[in-house]
Design a protein around this ligand. Structure first.
Ligand code: PLP
Length: 449
C-alpha cells in the first residue's frame, strides 16, 4: 500500500506516492529534501508519526511552538466550534468578542504595564509590527528624528523586511540586497561565555555598552528602538550574561529609546515563566509573541505594548485611525479561540511551573553529554538547550546535518543550525523522555563521523 492511515482515519500519502514538485519549501534544501523526503503523518503528545509509521520523539516542540504537546483535544474542539459559529470577522472598524477576551487574558500574564495587545499572524509580522509601533510612538510624541533601529548579530526576528534588517544573520540578508535603512547591530552574547555553562552565569555584561558607542556615534535622539531576543534561539541558543539585559534596559531608558523583546520563542513557558521578561525581571516597552500562543495549531502572533505607548499613539489624533497598520486576520476568531484554549491548558496544567521544575533535570541531562564525541559546548536555560558540535574539517555544518538525519532515523526530532543542535521539547515532557533524548543523542554522536 502507498498510504498510511492516520489516527483520524485520513490516509496520508507516503513518500513514494507524493508529488513533491510543486511545493516550494521554506528554508529548505528543496533538491536534497525531495530526493529523500521526511514526511509526518500525524502527531500526539510528545510524538510525531512519520509516513512509514515510525514514532518520532519531538525534542523541538515542532518549531519551538507546540509547548503543550501535540494534537490537544481542547484546542481542536475550540477551533471546530469556532469555525462552525463565527468563522471569520474583520477587526477593522468592526469586532467580535474573542480578540478582546484574548487580549485581556494575555495582558494578565505579561510583565506589569505591558497590557495593550495588537494581533498578527506570525512572529515575523509581530517583529515588523513592533518596529512600526516604535516609529508611530515617537512620531506621535513629535519626536520625529528617531528612525534608527538597533538589532544584534545572530539575532533572528523572522523574514519580513523589518525583521530581516534588524536580524543579524548574513545568509538571510545578503541574497536580497536591500534592507531597512539606518540599522546597526550589537555583538551577540556568545563567545564571551564560558563553555559548558550551566544556565545563565556572570559574563561580559558590558557587551550591552556597545549601545552607548552607537549612541555616541549617531546621537541617541536618532534611535527609535533596540530589539533583541532575550535568549537568541534559532541561531543556536545564546544565553545572555547575567545583568546584560538589565544594562540594555538602563541604557535605552536613559536615552528615550524603546526596548523590544522578541519573545516568539521564549514566551509561553519556555524558560519556566510566561515570558523571559518575567523570568529575568527586566521589562521591555514592547514584547512580541507567536508560536506557543496557539500551541502551533493555528497561525497567530501578538505584540504587547506599554499602556503609555498605546495612549500616546491614540492621543496623537483627534479622531480617525490612529495606527495605520493591521492584517486581514488580526484577531482572527479561529486563531483567538485556539489561543484561549491554549492559555487555558497552560494554566490548568501549570505547564510554565512544570517547565521551571523540570529545568534542573533537563540541565543535568543535556550536560551529561559533555564527554560525548564531537561535543564542543553545551548551554541551557529553562527547557532549551544548545549542543554545539565541532565542525568537520573543511565542511562546516555537515556534522550538524548528519546529526539531524541520524536523529530522525532513530526516532528523534532535533533541530540543527550549522553544527549546533537546538532542543526545546514540549513542556509536557517526562523525565523518562528527557533521558530518552540524551540516550539517543549519545548513541548518534558515537556513530557520527
Ligand atoms: N522571532 C523569533 C525570535 C523567532 O524565533 C522566529 C521564528 O523562529 C520569528 C521571530 C519568526 O516567526 P515566524 O516564523 O512565525 O514568522
Amino acid at each position: 500500500s502507498d498510504a498510511v492511515v492516520d489516527k483520524s482515519g485520513h490516509s496520508a500519502a507516503t513518500k513514494a506516492a507524493l508529488d513533491t514538485s510543486h511545493f516550494w519549501m521554506p528554508f529548505t534544501d528543496n533538491k536534497a529534501f525531495k530526493s529523500n523526503p521526511r514526511i509526518f503523518a500525524s502527531a500526539e503528545g510528545m510524538h510525531y508519526t512519520s509516513s512509514d509509521g515510525t514514532r518520532i520523539l519531538d525534542a523541538t516542540a515542532g518549531l519551538w511552538c507546540v509547548n503543550a504537546g501535540h494534537a490537544r483535544r481542547e484546542i481542536a474542539d475550540a477551533v471546530t466550534r469556532q469555525i462552525a459559529n463565527l468563522d471569520y470577522a474583520p477587526t477593522f472598524q468592526l469586532g467580535h468578542p474573542l480578540p478582546f477576551e484574548l487580549a485581556s487574558r494575555l495582558a494578565g500574564i505579561m510583565p506589569d504595564g505591558l497590557d495593550r495587545i495588537f494581533f498578527t499572524n506570525s512572529g515575523s509580522e509581530s517583529a515588523d509590527t513592533a518596529l512600526k509601533m516604535s516609529l508611530a510612538y515617537h512620531r506621535a510624541r513629535g519626536d520625529t528624528g528617531r528612525f534608527r533601529f538597533v538589532g544584534r548579530q545572530r539575532g533572528y526576528h523572522g523574514t519580513n523586511f523589518g525583521g530581516t534588517s534588524v536580524g543579524g544573520i548574513g545568509g538571510n540578508r545578503s541574497p536580497f540586497i536591500t534592507q531597512l535603512w539606518g540599522v546597526d547591530h550589537l555583538s551577540h552574547t556568545q563567545g564571551n561565555a564560558v563553555r559548558f555553562q550551566r544556565g545563565m552565569q556572570p559574563g561580559n555584561e558590558a557587551l550591552a555598552d556597545e549601545l552607548e558607542s552607537l549612541i555616541a556615534l549617531h546621537g541617541g535622539e536618532t534611535i527609535a528602538a533596540v530589539i533583541v531576543e532575550p535568549v537568541a534561539g534559532s541561531t543556536g541558543v545564546l544565553i545572555p550574561p547575567q545583568g546584560y539585559l538589565q544594562r540594555l534596559r538602563d541604557i535605552t531608558s536613559k536615552h528615550g529609546i524603546l526596548l523590544i523583546f522578541d519573545e516568539v520563542i521564549t514566551g509561553f513557558g519556555r524558560l519556566g515563566a510566561a515570558t523571559a521578561a518575567g523570568h529575568f525581571g527586566v521589562t521591555p516597552d514592547i514584547l512580541t509573541m507567536a508560536k506557543g500562543l496557539t500551541n502551533g495549531a493555528i497561525p497567530m502572533g501578538a505584540v504587547a505594548a506599554r499602556t503609555g505607548i498605546y495612549d500616546t499613539v491614540l492621543d496623537s489624533v483627534q479622531s480617525g485611525i490612529e495606527f495605520f497598520h493591521g492584517y486581514t486576520y488580526s484577531g482572527h476568531p479561529v486563531a483567538s479561540a485556539a489561543a484561549l484554549a491554549t492559555l487555558k491548558i497552560y494554566e490548568d496544567e501549570g505547564l510554565f511551573q512544570r517547565a521551571a521544575a523540570l529545568a534542573p533535570v533537563w540541565e543535568d541531562a543535556v550536560h551529561s553529554l559533555h564527554d560525548a564525541p564531537h561535543v564542543a559546548d553545551i548551554r541551557n536555560l529553562g527547557l532549551v538547550a544548545g549542543i554545539e558540535l565541532a565542525p568537520r574539517e573543511g565542511a562546516p555544518g555537515a556534522r550538524g546535518t548528519a546529526a539531524f538525519q541520524a536523529a530522525f532515523e532513530s526516532g528523534l526530532l532535533i533541530r540543527t543550525t550549522g553544527d549546533i543542535i537546538a532542543m526545546s521539547p514540549p513542556l509536557i515532557i517526562s523525565e523518562a523522555q528527557i533521558e530518552e533524548i540524551t540516550g539517543k543523542l549519545r548513541a548518534i554522536l558515537e556513530t557520527l563521523r
